[in-house]
Design a protein around this ligand. Structure first.
Ligand code: MV4
Length: 445
């Protein structure tokens, strides 16, 4: 097992990782920016090293400073959490070159999945369903227009270096093609330094459903069932739940097998997620793979009763997995609470937490780094807490979430709690009748 783990992250996920390390008897090193000098992750860890000023580019993204912190403290592994350097192939490589275990994907795996057109081709080879479209990149616009006609409108152009909703253009009719194509190409070139584009049939109002997987270095893989992440606004997830109200036993099994085939073909080690788009006929298609632990991992933990960070660390240390798939019998739901004003276009609202009361009781879990008197710095993501509730059924889960949101008191900053209460009260949400378009026409009262 590792002698000491450095956590190259901040906020709730840094605390989450430190907690598991403590339970495993592994000493921890926190790193922090000057803006985070009063953060809890510094106090929870055994040691802490300041790695730079407030901007992420000079601290949490500064690879040389993080490696230096690991060397000074004698850490033999780095956990990157999510965001920041968690899917950075160069950082994974630098860790390897310095004899430090990166608790995440190898540089090869990150590169293979980071190029979206290449990832899609790999999945097609593995027999994972993919969205009809171009065979790889297209650089000739006439060829692209011909293909769009053959597939039938609407189509979507995607940047191969994009992902997570960046670098995409829907096209509904041929006369708009050239304009969108040129715009997408120059945007992708400017944003990613890679203007490679590919084309797909546009799936209208899809469900976003992802399957959690785990793999070990002995070639075993298993799936840990799905999460429904369709409730999102501008590619920011708001509420996630497992199991998905849209997915039945048969499709769950088929998606699980497809996700395992996806993990297997790249010899995936560790925990990861295969994202699928699911259309109204319940056809599912590979969309992207996330080679990291995700924000929403906790709802899966609650329904399968496993600590996914612990599994991740054990796999990185060379332990084998059982290879058993998990099918939950409980229901779990997460509301992401952001310091944003839902009445003012979700404007970030950092500042001092004057009063804090966290909800509790059976089946309620709050993963957060905030405390009364804490000042949320303006430099980072605005998520300040994850409220996770678990019950026997979806209906009980919704009632418990409403009860827990009602108990949650955060004074001093505006939060998205009122929005969550209104989504939970929505008739279609309660029926499980929603897609990724749900928030498009949702009006907060
Ligand atoms: C699509 C699509 C419809 N058709 N691809 C958005 C995130 C990125 N990973 C891919 N995305 C989409 N790809 C085809 N062929 C619709 C989306 C999409 C979406 C997907 C998942 C969750 C929310 C979304 C919101 C808008 C668009």
């Amino acid at each position: 097992m590792f002698k000491k783990i450095l956590i190259a992250n901040r906020g709730e996920i840094a605390l989450r990782i430190i907690r598991t390390c403590k339970e495993m008897g592994i000493p921890t090193v926190a790193v922090y920016s000057t803006a985070d000098k009063d953060s809890l992750h510094i106090r929870f860890a055994d040691e802490a090293v300041c790695i730079g000023p407030a901007p992420s580019s000079e601290s949490y993204l500064k690879m040389t400073n993080i490696i230096a912190a690991a060397e000074i403290t004698g850490a033999d592994a780095i956990h990157p959490g999510y965001g920041f350097l968690s899917e950075n192939a160069k950082f994974s490589q630098i860790c390897r070159d310095n004899g430090i275990k990166f608790i995440g994907a190898t540089p090869e795996q990150i590169i293979a999945m980071g190029d979206k057109s290449n990832a899609k081709a790999t999945m097609k080879k593995a027999g994972v369903p993919t969205i009809p479209g171009s065979d790889g990149l297209i650089d000739n616009i006439d060829e692209a227009i011909k293909l769009a006609k053959k597939i039938g409108y609407p189509v979507i152009i995607k940047a191969t270096a994009g992902g997570g909703g960046r670098g995409m253009r829907e096209i509904w009719k041929e006369e708009d093609f050239e304009r969108h194509w040129e715009a997408a190409k120059s945007e992708a070139g400017a944003a990613f330094g890679n203007d490679g584009l590919y084309l797909e049939k546009f799936i209208e109002e899809p469900h976003h459903i992802e399957v959690q997987i785990a793999g070990d270095q002995y070639g075993k893989v298993c799936h840990l069932s799905e999460r429904d992440c369709s409730i999102q606004r501008r590619h920011q997830k708001l509420i996630e739940e497992t199991p998905s109200p849209f997915i039945d036993e048969e499709i769950r099994h088929k998606m699980g097998e497809a996700a395992k085939a996806a993990a297997q073909i790249i010899n995936y080690e560790g925990v990861g997620t295969i994202e699928f788009l699911v259309d109204k006929h319940k056809n599912f298609y590979f969309m992207e793979m996330n080679t990291r632990i995700q924000v929403e991992h906790a709802i899966t933990e609650e329904v399968i009763d496993r600590d996914l960070i612990k599994e991740q660390i054990k796999i990185a240390a060379g332990d084998p997995i059982t290879g058993k798939d998990y099918y939950p019998t409980k229901h779990s739901m997460e509301c992401r609470i952001n310091a944003e004003d839902p009445y003012n276009n979700f404007r970030p609202n950092p500042g001092k937490i004057e009063t804090l009361h966290k909800p509790g009781g059976h089946g309620v879990r709050v993963d957060t780094h905030i405390y009364a008197g804490y000042t949320i710095p303006p430099n980072y993501d605005s998520m300040i807490a994850k409220l996770i509730v678990t019950a026997q059924t979806r209906q009980e889960c919704i009632l418990k979430m409403e009860r827990a949101l009602g108990e949650f008191v955060i004074e001093g900053v505006q939060t998205t709690i009122p929005l969550h209460l209104q989504i939970l009260a929505d008739e279609n949400f309660r029926k499980g009748n929603f897609t990724t378009a749900f928030m498009n026409d949702f009006k907060i009262k």
